[in-house]
Design a protein around this ligand. Structure first.
Ligand code: 4AD
Ligand code: MG
Length: 452
């Protein structure tokens, strides 16, 4: 039985059941007649105390049981007289499944995040990293629930692709031949890469099924060694037909509120760990994310605010410049103290697919900026007018023949549509207060780092 299940049985007032629990030993203490094991099975933050006396079958194996060992215990669940634990297991049978010698690196003490990254294969056994990966799982489920309840279809867009959605040239090449071989000899007879976004194919499905979302791995060969960029990360990409920019922001805001409410409700113990030990302001941030209305501000007005800010920025701001994370954080963290949608960005700094506004200077883009992280979401209304799309592509030197199918979708029954991409790991950083993206991914991939 899972430890998490025991908890809920207890809430229901179940009388002393016989249980079998399997898990890993956190600590062992011996007294004269008993040994006490603290066992954690990963199903929740709480461990359970197991009492083993000399008559217990398997008692002898205790000599080989140390921190880190994998065991199974059959016994009776009883109310515990000990402080701070409501129940314990009186062991009837103990089995050592896998021993763990003294050099087990996770002896009971506090370890630094930097050290734990070097043992990424073991760190999920700590309280903090166990909590992260449980929250990661629950957040995934809540996201699917949000879209399912709203009639969206979950789609799977390709990972290997022949087109660069963002046009930023930050792609990982996929090939089966050596660098000097002609492209015709390569697997697809064409230059291919790992996807940087599933948006373009997602648009095709939105223009057929209405509301869709794709949620999957995304790859970017940006050489930016920051705490918010990974080379491999997960992106959630909803795409809605018959939806304009304001409807797009509505979906994004509803989604974040739904996720935060769900996590506060369903992961209370794990969130409390982060609120106590990682970020003292976490509960305030999360309640604001759930309850406040988010600001919606044209990019132009944001530039004015930043220009008149008393704060010294490393990078100057002017209309037409891309905002740096220091600017994004200033707006969300210090100026408004809540999430901010910036919209109508200058077209010169945005990709080809964003809808050109009537001023012909800006596009119907929106970014959601949040405290501590900066950009969490990037999205837009898409350019549905074929002639405007084609002239944008020409302006940006994009080969039309590569995107023939995308342009085709504007020829046949083109309708207004919008969507966005949410960086899943950045969402997890927001939910937990964790400050480095490497610590919300089990096995992170960043420049120069591909262990595990
Ligand atoms: O703003 P981006 O580049 O938007 C797109 O790719 C659109 N095609 C999405 C769409 O409209 N369907 O990326 C979306 C989000 C960013 O806001 C950020 O949260 C995250 O993806 N992101 C990264 N997360 C981690 N590591 C990286 N290297 C990231 N690059 C972007
Ligand atoms: Mg962006």
């Amino acid at each position: 039985m899972k430890r998490s299940k025991i908890e809920s049985l207890l809430k229901e007032g179940c009388p002393k059941p016989e249980v079998l629990i399997c898990g890993w030993v956190r600590t062992k203490r011996d007294s004269k007649e008993f040994s006490f094991l603290e066992v954690n099975d990963g199903s929740c933050l709480k461990s359970i105390q197991v009492i083993v006396d000399a008559d217990t079958p398997g008692y002898k194996s205790l000599a080989n049981i140390a921190t880190g060992a994998g065991i199974s215990v059959e016994g009776e669940l009883v109310a515990s007289p000990g402080k701070g634990q409501s129940l314990e297991i009186r062991s009837k049978e103990l089995t050592l499944l896998g021993g763990s010698p003294e050099n087990y690196p996770l002896q009971k003490k506090r370890h630094s995040d930097e050290f734990l990254r070097t043992i990424a294969h073991l760190r999920p056994r700590t309280n903090k990293y166990g909590a992260i990966f449980r929250i990661r799982s629950k957040t995934t489920q809540i996201i699917h629930r949000f879209f399912e309840e709203r009639g969206f279809f979950c789609i799977h867009t390709p990972i290997i692709t022949g087109s660069d959605c963002e046009g930023a040239g930050e792609m990982f090449r996929v090939t089966t031949v050596s660098g000097t071989a002609p492209v015709e000899e390569d697997f697809f007879s064409k230059e291919t890469n790992l996807t940087v976004s599933g948006q373009l194919p997602a648009e095709m499905l939105a223009l057929s099924l209405g509301d869709v979302y794709s949620f999957g791995p995304t790859f970017r060969a940006e050489n930016s060694n920051t705490s918010r960029h990974a080379a491999e990360f997960w992106m959630l990409e909803p795409e809605m037909a018959f939806c304009d920019l304001s409807g797009n922001m509505d979906v994004a805001e509803d989604l974040i509120k739904f996720v935060v409410a769900g996590i506060l409700d369903e992961c209370a113990d794990d969130i409390a760990l982060f609120a106590n030990f990682v970020d003292k302001t976490l509960m305030a941030t999360l309640t604001s994310l759930r309850d406040d209305n988010y600001v919606r501000l044209p990019y132009r007005d944001a530039i004015d605010i930043l220009k008149s800010a008393k704060k010294k920025f490393e990078y100057p701001v002017a209309f037409g410049s891309d905002l740096q994370s220091e600017h994004e954080r200033y707006l969300a963290e210090e100026h408004f103290k809540k999430p901010v949608f910036l919209f109508n960005y200058p077209k010169a700094i945005k990709p080809f697919y964003m809808r050109v506004n009537d001023d012909n200077e800006t596009v119907a883009a929106m970014d959601l900026l949040v405290p501590r992280i900066g950009e969490l979401i990037g999205g837009s209304q898409r350019e549905e007018r074929m002639d405007v799309l084609q002239s944008r592509m020409k302006e940006m030197d994009l080969p039309e023949e590569e995107y023939w199918w995308y342009i085709d979708s504007r020829k046949f029954g083109s309708v207004p549509h919008s969507g966005f991409g949410l960086g899943f790991e950045r969402l997890l950083m927001l939910l937990t207060g964790i400050s480095n993206i490497r610590d919300v991914i089990a096995f992170p991939r960043t420049p120069g780092s591909i262990d595990f």
